[in-house]
Write a protein of this length. Structure first.
Length: 115
């Protein structure tokens, strides 16, 4: 079982930045893949970014160059730094660790990009 605590969402103007955090109850380096997903109203959940146990990161084309996924082993926390935010980034963001073939989900944190 993996316990998750997400934070960092909020209201931001277009062009602004936010950093989401996902604190885990597991050693961050024991997690095979950590992903961030998002779901906008009326849309399907989409994969935003992933980072593997080895540290390889990948991003959806829609966020490439603007978002950065990283992790802090001392805090067992994964971050999603979001810059140059656009209105279309508005969604509930979820962290999703995959451990030993099992997928876990956080409760989600709301990000609203609006002027």
């Amino acid at each position: 079982q993996v316990q998750l605590a997400e934070s960092g969402g909020g209201l931001v103007q277009p062009g602004g930045s936010l950093r989401l955090s996902c604190a885990t109850s597991r050693n961050i380096f024991s997690i095979n893949v950590m992903a961030w997903h998002r779901q906008a109203p009326g849309k399907e959940r989409e994969l935003v970014a992933t980072i593997t146990r080895g540290g390889s990161a990948d991003y959806a084309d829609s966020v490439k160059g603007r978002f950065t996924i990283s992790r802090d082993g001392a805090k067992n926390t994964v971050y999603l730094q979001m810059n140059s935010l656009k209105s279309e980034d508005t969604a509930v963001y979820y962290c999703n660790p995959i451990v030993d073939g099992r997928s876990y989900w956080g409760q989600g944190t709301q990000v609203t990009v609006s002027s």
